[in-house]
Design a protein around this ligand. Structure first.
Ligand code: SF4
Ligand code: SF4
Length: 395
């Protein structure tokens, strides 16, 4: 008689998966229909049947070191055809949240981001950082109902060759350190993720390459794929998501370019803002980015609502939170410059400006603590997928 190996389920991990939206995981009876219908699963490493089994046992380490959970785009084809309604697409979404939680420090922030009761606490955290910097840069407590006090105060700072209005310095002091914090933590998460993938796929030392070579060889092809949404477009059940998601991504890219341009022109060159909201080209670029962002996010919100009715997708709090947060960023971002054209609400622009900064602050941090982490972590998995395919060709 052969040896018997006893395997213990990690019940705590199973419960985490269930509470993050994977409550149907136990229904799976391993028929493998999902892996055969998944349009994105590669032949050499099919998913999501295997991941469903690992999730049922709570094999967290194996799941977290598996790029497949990120290669899934929650298109819902597997959920549509699963005979047990085990909703593998939704289970994989919950695994991505778990992976994010494990890879990024300060887990309490992840808890706050993914539960409704955490929202007021997040807003208080944002205010605790924003308000002192606001009071410091505006040299006191500005009046939110007086636009000449906030945000368009005449207070300026001459720092070296720079001439910064108070609101510009305030934004710099808030968002530059925040960006450095996010980049440092994400870089560490990506490095851990990459190394765990190398071990999972047992990549021989001879085929391992340094980060610089990975970036030089695979980043551009991965970005091309992501920009074209070529994986998304293979989806069947929820194919409607590709277009609004693409528009949302383009909106973010344009707004990122606008932010960089404003930083260069206003901070470095000292070109005085606010610029004319009707005639300035950077404003127009911002409007185009904002419109794409709003078009994308409204398309995703309404499409999700429809998909939920059709049972092809489930919307968790984490999904809804991110979409509505982006919506608030987009709307408040528009209302600020438009208040100078449609002046009937100009006196409230201070409140809108503060709401916008809070929303942008939470959106920045959400890259670490919400499903928005897919911006970086799915990109890493796509890069690994391209790299692994090349390794297989050489083996
Ligand atoms: S998730 Fe559904 S389709 Fe996939 S193996 Fe389990 S029961 Fe079958
Ligand atoms: S949701 Fe779509 S991409 Fe994800 S496992 Fe299912 S079929 Fe594949």
């Amino acid at each position: 008689m052969g040896d018997i190996t006893k395997i213990d389920a990690n019940l705590a991990a199973v419960n985490q998966i269930i509470s993050a939206g994977g409550d149907t995981v136990k229904r799976c009876y391993q028929c493998a229909t999902c892996s055969s219908v998944c349009p994105l699963a590669p032949d050499e490493a099919p998913f999501p049947r295997k991941q469903m089994l690992l999730a049922q046992w709570g094999f967290k380490e194996k799941l977290l070191s598996d790029p497949s959970i990120w290669l899934c785009h929650q298109c819902g084809d597997c959920t549509k055809y699963c005979p047990r309604n085990a909703r593998p697409g939704d289970v994989l979404a919950s695994l991505r949240l778990q992976a994010t939680r494990e890879l990024v420090p300060f887990k309490f922030m992840h808890t706050l981001y993914n539960n409704l009761w955490g929202l007021p606490i997040l807003i208080l955290i944002a205010l605790a950082i924003i308000l002192p910097i606001m009071f410091l840069t505006f040299q006191g407590v500005p009046s939110l109902s007086d636009p000449t006090s906030f945000p368009y105060s005449p207070v300026h700072y001459k720092i070296g060759f720079m001439d910064l209005p108070a609101r510009v310095l305030m934004n710099d002091l808030i968002f530059l350190p925040l960006s450095v914090f996010i980049i440092a933590i994400m870089a560490n998460a990506v490095s851990r993720m990459w190394n765990s993938y190398l071990e999972t796929y047992k990549i021989p030392q001879a085929y391992r390459i340094g980060y610089i070579d990975v970036i030089k060889t695979y980043l551009i092809p991965a970005l091309k794929e992501i920009l074209a949404h070529s994986r998304f477009e293979k989806c069947g059940a929820n194919s409607w998501r590709a277009n609004p998601h693409k528009m949302l991504l383009f909106g973010f890219i344009i707004l990122f370019i606008v932010t960089g341009t404003v930083f260069f022109l206003a901070d470095i060159l000292g070109m005085h803002t606010p610029w004319n909201p009707i005639t300035h080209p950077v404003k127009w670029l911002g409007y185009i980015g904002g419109l794409l962002l709003l078009y994308g996010v409204i398309g995703l919100i309404t499409g999700r609502n429809q998909a939920v009715l059709e049972n092809s997708l489930r919307t968790t709090y984490s999904d809804a939170f991110l979409l509505w947060l982006i919506f608030v960023v987009g709307i408040t971002g528009f209302l600020i410059p438009l208040s100078r054209i449609f002046t009937f609400y100009y006196n409230y622009v201070g409140y809108i400006y503060l709401a916008h900064i809070i929303a942008v602050f939470l959106l920045f941090l959400s890259v670490l603590y919400s499903k928005f982490s897919h911006l970086v972590l799915r990109t890493t998995a796509v890069i690994f997928d391209l790299y692994y395919k090349d390794v297989l060709k050489k083996l």
